[in-house]
Design a protein around this ligand. Structure first.
Ligand SMILES: C[S@@+](CC[C@H](N)C(=O)[O-])C[C@H]1O[C@@H](n2cnc3c(N)ncnc32)[C@H](O)[C@@H]1O
Length: 249
């Protein structure tokens, strides 16, 4: 199995530049400016408030390749932070592992290369992201270990996952509490482990207009979090947290 370890991620984001240039057939010199401009470009695409169907259309269609550039720029520029999330993921991922909102696939690919993981199920609304991750998996010889799906209703997906990663996604969906409840419903009760983070904030300069920050939605999210999940300590980051299911009853 290929070694997609922390060193490999820190070296080049698992060959991320080369993968993006080849996948998107970019002319030389285009990638760096596109990555640098990507957060502003995404922000300009989206009006501040979207209803559920507007949200879905935005991430599935309107962003196009926008998230590929934005996430690639972020993963390369903040490689130390992403590497810490990969370190946490190594402590949690096992068996059938779900990466919900997997983006460019750094976490899904790293999980797929772990011997304790049987298969990675990457769910992402955006078809370009799914194609890119499936393409990267083939390039890295991991095609038999990652399956990409649009949503949790895909019949290929297991009913329960032994572990799940959902990083930087909850603030993008119209009903974060609803998504969290769905994820909790799909986590294995015995030994299931979820790695989650969230950022319910539009940014000090409003640079993330697509983030949900409605106080009622955020309040409801924390109610569900505290009702369904119990935090498990890890020593890497305080923003990315790991959880087991609370025993009910
Ligand atoms: C900010 S990116 C995070 C990507 C990745 N988890 C990471 O940490 O780099 C959010 C991702 O969630 C996906 N997404 C947004 N809404 C979604 C939904 N309702 N279902 C599945 N994926 C969704 C987007 O297409 C995008 O890839």
């Amino acid at each position: 199995m290929v070694a997609l370890d922390i060193q490999a991620f820190l070296a080049d984001g698992f060959a991320l530049r080369e993968h993006l240039e080849t996948f998107l057939k970019l002319p030389p010199g285009e990638l760096e400016p596109r990555m640098a401009a990507a957060t502003d470009a995404l922000a300009q695409l989206q009006p501040t408030a979207l209803d559920a169907s507007g949200c879905e259309r935005f991430y599935e269609t309107d962003v196009g390749t926008g998230h590929l550039f934005e996430l690639a720029g972020w993963h390369l520029q903040s490689a130390d932070y992403i590497a810490d999330t990969l370190r946490v993921q190594m402590t949690a991922a096992h068996g059938d592992h779900l990466d919900f909102g997997g983006g460019i696939g750094s976490h899904a690919l790293a999980a797929a290369a772990l011997p304790q993981v049987r298969r990675v199920w990457m769910v992402d609304l955006n078809g370009t992201n799914r194609e890119f991750v499936a393409w990267r998996a083939r390039r890295l010889g991991l095609q038999d270990r990652i399956i990409c799906c649009r949503d949790l209703d895909d019949g290929q997906l297991p009913q329960r996952f032994d572990s799940m990663t959902c990083l930087d996604v909850l603030e993008h969906v119209p009903d974060p509490a609803g998504l969290l409840g769905q994820l909790a419903d799909r986590l294995t009760p015995e030994g299931g482990m979820a790695l989650l983070n969230w950022y319910f904030f539009k940014g000090f300069q409003g640079e993330y207009p697509f983030h949900i920050d409605d106080p009622t939605l955020v309040h409801r999210f924390f109610e569900v979090l505290q009702d369904r999940l119990l935090e498990r300590f890890h020593p890497y980051l305080i923003t990315a947290r790991t959880y087991t299911l609370r025993s009910q009853g």
